[in-house]
Design a protein around this ligand. Sequence first.
Ligand SMILES: [Zn+2]
Length: 286
Amino acid sequence: MSPELERLIQLQDVETRAAESRKRIAETPIEIAALDAQLTASRDAVTQAKDEIAGNQGARRSLDKDISSAQQRLSKYKEQLMAVKTNAEYHAMQHQITAVEGEVAKVEEQILVSMVQADELAAKLKAAEVALKGEETRIARERAAIQADAADRQRIVDETTTARATLVAEMSRGTVDLFERVLKARQGIAVGEAAKGQCTICRVGLRPQVYNTILKNEQIVQCDHCQRILYFAGVHQRSEQGQAAFDAASTRQDHFERPSDAPDLGAPVKPAARAGRTASSKRSPS
Ligand SMILES: [Zn+2]
């Protein structure tokens, strides 16, 4: 492989890693804000439970006053009952006493309901406080992990900046300009693989002459369609027909295989390329 093409592949790898890391760093404040919102929701649940308890206690105080006032009236009416002179007055007073007794019974029932609610609200507050404690621990742990990841990503960005400067210094200005132009125009991917007669990024078929040139990895060749710089990383994938022709012609097309002393590409060999090579070597006549 030509050194310039090799550096282009490395430069693309550097750009890809830097872009991924920058994207993750940009997402950090959003993730932290989401955690903060979860913590706020848990705190709000505790505050709400406390407010409900305060409301219940206020209602209970009001009911206590109501019952005490009703009981005072009841005592007063009972005293007055002793002092009545006529049958009509007696019946009228009895009527009032019955009404107030009904009032007392009603308020007593409301107090019972309020006490049951108080128990439920106390349990709700306890559950909200336990949940908040759990959330505080979880969120602190996740926040620390996000911040550690962001710090790692920043280290990668710094490393790639240095790596990029080193690579660019070894490359011709024209190649770097071409790389940057395509990188900008093509969403951060300026260099890609060609395989099976296609550009693997835009999937458009390459002219046989162009593809054959790419297979040699000796020149900078761009995809006719997307303009990306293409290289060949794997074993030439043959059609069934092509494989038959290959078998017939024995090892005539050996130049499609990457020589064992080929320079390292600086990019990980794709699993597909490895699988292709294994399959091909199995098919190859010995
Ligand atoms: Zn393309």
